[in-house]
Design a protein. Sequence first.
Length: 272
Amino acid sequence: MKSIIALAIIGCVIVGTAGLGIFGVRKVKMDPTQFIVGGRSLGAIFLWLLMAGEVYTSFTFLGAAGWAYSKGAPAFYIICYLTVACILSFFYLPPIWRTARRHSLLTSADYFAVKYQSPLLGALVTLVGVVFLVPYITLQLTGIQILLQIAGYGTIDSVLAAGLAFGLIVGFVLVSGLRGAAWASLMKDALVLGAVLFAGIVLPIQFFGSPKGVIDQVPKGAAQLDDFGRRNQQFRNRLVCFHRITDRVRRLHVAAFHRSSLRGKERRSGQA
C-alpha cells in the first residue's frame, strides 16, 4: 500500500510537470530556433528558472549529499566550481550570446565552427559534447533508479524504471523543446524549494524537536569525527586558499568592469 501511494505521487508529479511544459508551448510554432534556444526570447526569469533546473538535479539531493556525508570537506568543491562558473559566465557568455544571435547560431558546435572558420572543429566539439553528456545522463538515470527503488520499497525493476524514465525524457524534449523545459522548471523549482524546507525544518522538528536540536547533536559526535577531521584538514586549508583566490579574482573583475563602465560614460558625455 505504501509503495502504491508513493508511486502515485511520483506519477502525479511527472504528469503535472510534463503537462505544464506542453501547456507552455501549445501556441508556439516549433522551428529549430524555438526548439533549441527557445526563440532567443526566454527572458531573465525563465532563463533563471531553466538554469536552476539544470543545476539542482538528482546529483544535488543524492550525489552531493552522499559525498558530503561520506567524505566531508572535499564536498566543498561543489561550492567552488559553481562560484567559478558564475564568475566566468558573467564575462564570457554575453559576447558569445551576441555572436550567436548575429550569426543565427544554435549550438556550441555552430559557434566554434563559425568563430574559427573550421567545420572540423565544430564536429570535434559535437563529439566531445556527446561523450561528456553520456555520464551526466547516466548520473541522472541512476538517481531516478534509486528514488524509484526507495519509493517502490524494492518492488520496482530498476532497469525498467531507468528505461521508462529515459523514454519519457526523450519524448518530452522532442515535443516541447527548450521552452517547454523552462516551463517544467517552474514546478521542479517549486518542488525543490518545498523539499529543502521540509528537510531543513520539518524533519529536524520531527526527530530533534527543532532545527537547533540538529546543531546541538553535532558536538556529541565530534569524538567519532576527530580522525576524519584530521585527514580533511589539509584539504580544507587548500580549499580556503582557493576560495580566497577566486574571491580576489572576482573583486578584480568587478572593479575592472566598473572602471570600464565609467570610461564608457565619460566618452559618451564627451561626444554629447
